[in-house]
Design a protein around this ligand. Structure first.
Ligand SMILES: COc1cccc2onc(N)c12
Length: 119
């Protein structure tokens, strides 16, 4: 017999999708999101893929959302966190990119907590 008493507190698939869609929209419209809208361009950072094995960006996340890849909150959190950790791995702490990552990460975590979706 499977215990599904916790079900009442979990979101159904449609509610999760719409909640993640709203959070991603808020993130994309944030003033610190500009470095992360699209994959890092190799013309801007020719050695980027020498350092970063799993690139991620907000456009890719939008595509994954539309394709129903984010069937649970952990997959969404993992991709969003990778945007921030990639940025802090490639850039120095005193750069605008690094500061945008920290600022956007704070905003992201606040939205996830508000939605009762934080880990
Ligand atoms: C436009 O974004 C970039 C341009 C060049 C290097 C970069 O590292 N991480 C970034 N988001 C980035």
């Amino acid at each position: 017999k499977v215990d599904n008493t916790h079900k009442e507190t979990e979101m159904d698939s449609e509610q999760l999708h719409s909640t993640l869609k709203n959070i991603l929209m808020l993130i994309k419209n944030h003033q610190s999101a500009w470095p992360f809208q699209k994959p890092v361009d190799k013309n801007e950072a020719p050695d980027y893929l020498d350092h970063i094995r799993f690139p991620m960006d907000l456009k890719t996340m939008s595509e994954r959302l539309k394709n129903r890849y984010y069937c649970n909150k952990r997959l969404f959190i993992a991709d969003m966190n990778r945007i921030f950790t990639n940025c802090r791995a490639y850039n120095q702490p005193d750069t605008d990119y690094y500061k945008c990552a920290n600022s956007l990460e704070k905003f992201f975590q606040s939205k996830m907590k508000e939605s009762n979706l934080w880990d």
